[in-house]
Structure formats: C-alpha cells, structure tokens
Design a protein around this ligand. Structure first.
Ligand SMILES: [Zn+2]
Length: 332
C-alpha cells in the first residue's frame, strides 16, 4: 500500500472547491506515453495550473499499470524541477468499472478514482459507487461517479446512444453514494466522431459540420439541486479542424470528425463544472504532427525526431485549453 501523499500527489477535494467558487474548470488530460506526460507537466507548470493526469483501463493495458504510476510520481518531481514549488497534480483512474480495479489503483498511489456504473441499473450503480467511496475515503482518495450515459467510444467504454442525466436523481445519488464529484451526460460524447453528420447542421459559409448544442438547461437544473457540488464533463475534446485537416492532408482519413465547440466548454467551465476531460484532442495533435513530420522528412527514422514535434504540438494544445477554454491558469 502506497499513499499518494508520499508521492506528492493531491486529491481533488480542495482543487474542485476552488474551481467551483472561482468559475473555472480543472483540465483532466489522459496519458499513455512519456511524451504526453511531459507535455502535460510542461503546460501545467508554464501556465501555473492544477492538473489531473488520468489513466484509463486501456492506458493501463497499453503502458503497464506500474509504469504509469511511476510516471505520475515522476511528473511531480519533473514539475518541481521545472520550477513549480508546489505542483497540484492528481493521478486519477478514468472509467474504473469494478471495485477491484479502483482498489488496486488506490493501493498503488492514485489520489482519485472514477467508478463508472452508469450502464448499470440505478440501484446497482449506487451500491457499486458507495462500495468504492467507503474504501477510498479511508485513504482520503476522492471518487467520481457517473449518472447518465455518454455516447461514443473511449478505450473499452462504448455506448451507441446517450441518455441525459436525470436531474431528479442527482440528490439521492450523491447523498447515498457519498461521491465527491459527479460525471453527467448533457450531450458530450467520447471519441473524435462525437456526432454523425445527420445529427449536425452545416455551416453555410464554411461547409463544416456544426454539432447540436449541449443541454445547458439540464446542467443548470442539476446545479440548482446540488449547489456547489463538483460536476464533471467527459468526452469534451473539440476535435480541432486544423489538426484534422493536417492529418487528412498527410495521408490520414478522418472524414467528418466532430467535437464539442470550445465556446460551449468555456461557458460550462464557469458553472459547477469543475473537471473537463480531454483525450481525443491530444491524440489528434500527436498524430497530426507525426504525419506531417514523416511526410516532409521521409528519410528520418529516429523516433525522437518525430516525437519531439508531436510533444510540442500537444503542449501547445494543452496550454490553449488551460488558458483559453478552462481558465485554470494562474491558480497555483
Ligand atoms: Zn469518459
């Protein structure tokens, strides 16, 4: 058993309380590789932002659970080396689907876990979340639970259809589970194809797809029922058109990829939404830079040559999100 406190990590409690009060949101960036980790830490340090580094079950399968945990420990030390005296870094499990997985992460030094029982019947979701909360709180680890179902594919989590969170359930759910934050479904979605072209309208000027707006009425109803309670949005990549264009220009094939417009996320950040999950945008930034580099330098084969611009491009994207969308800069 390793406590996250020994690793210099923090849980989300104080971070979320400040974010809700201050009208901004904490970035939750997924990571699988060293380059992503470096880019996240560099961006957070340069902007003086707290940050949540999150690991999905797929990331644990890809990179190895032990390695990722030590990378998070390394992230804290790296932030200090870059001149940040008191980094506020959370190591969070994204979409934990069993009690055992959550327990395993808590025991190896995670400071926060998500238990996603959103696909279960309501009472089973409560029972599972409560079991995780009861264990996690013994070690001062914070727990995110989810009500409502997001559409789309994220690693091993997928659903064809979304079900918006029912505001009438949130008080009962949060009280009975004791969760520290609640992920809700108001129209965000996992992956780079958040909406089908049929769900969108076309901007007559640009010809680009415009997705349906988020259900802010549901968000505001939930806020009224749970004043000040931390709300989480999953699937909140914006799928930047320039990155998609670069990928397609250099041999990729991502037709009609659609994300959540940044203006809407900016608006959500000012509400009780205090954690916004971004994964696909990092994947796109990395892939766009690598495709471009390799197309322009066909004779190069040292991975450092193409991973360096990939890292730079991700860092630029993370800084943009922190400063221009979430507003979590200058909060350390
Ligand atoms: Zn998610």
């Amino acid at each position: 058993m390793v406590s996250y406190k020994e690793l210099g990590l923090v849980n989300t409690r104080e971070m979320f309380a400040k974010a809700v009060k201050g009208g901004y949101a904490i970035p939750a960036f997924n990571f699988n590789t060293m380059e992503q980790m470096q880019a996240i830490v560099q961006a957070a340090v340069e902007t003086k932002s707290p940050v949540i580094m999150q690991v999905s079950k797929g990331a644990r399968n890809y990179a190895n659970a032990t390695i990722l945990r030590y990378m998070a420990q390394g992230a804290v030390e790296y932030a200090k080396e870059l001149g940040c005296a008191n980094p506020q870094i959370v190591l969070h499990l994204d979409h934990g689907d069993t009690f055992e997985l959550c327990k395993d992460c808590i025991d190896m030094g995670f400071s926060s876990v998500m238990i996603d029982g959103s696909s279960l019947p309501y009472e089973e979701n409560i029972a599972l979340a409560k079991k995780v909360v009861d264990y996690a709180h013994q070690y001062d680890v914070t727990v995110e639970a989810e009500l409502g179902v997001l559409a789309g594919v994220e690693d091993e989590v997928s659903s064809a259809v979304s079900h918006y969170t029912k505001p009438e359930e949130v008080i009962d759910f949060s009280q009975r589970t004791g969760c520290d934050s609640l992920a809700i479904s108001i129209g965000t979605s996992h992956g780079a194809y958040k909406f089908t072209p049929a769900q969108c309208t076309r901007d007559p000027k640009t010809g680009k797809l415009v997705p349906p707006p988020l259900a802010f009425d549901i968000l505001h109803e939930i806020e009224k029922k749970l004043p000040g309670f931390p709300i989480v949005l999953h699937g909140s990549s914006s799928v930047p058109q320039d990155e998609v264009d670069t990928i397609n220009q250099y041999g990729g094939k991502l037709p009609d990829a659609v994300g959540i417009p940044e203006e809407q996320l900016r608006e959500a950040s000012k509400s009780a939404v205090c954690k916004i999950n971004i994964d696909s945008d990092s994947r796109l930034a990395m892939t766009a830079a690598i495709r471009k580099y390799l197309a322009e330098n066909p004779s190069h084969f040292d991975p450092r040559q193409y991973l360096k611009p990939a890292r730079e491009n991700m860092k630029k994207m993370y800084i943009h999100k922190i400063v221009n969308v979430l507003g979590s800069n200058d909060k350390l």
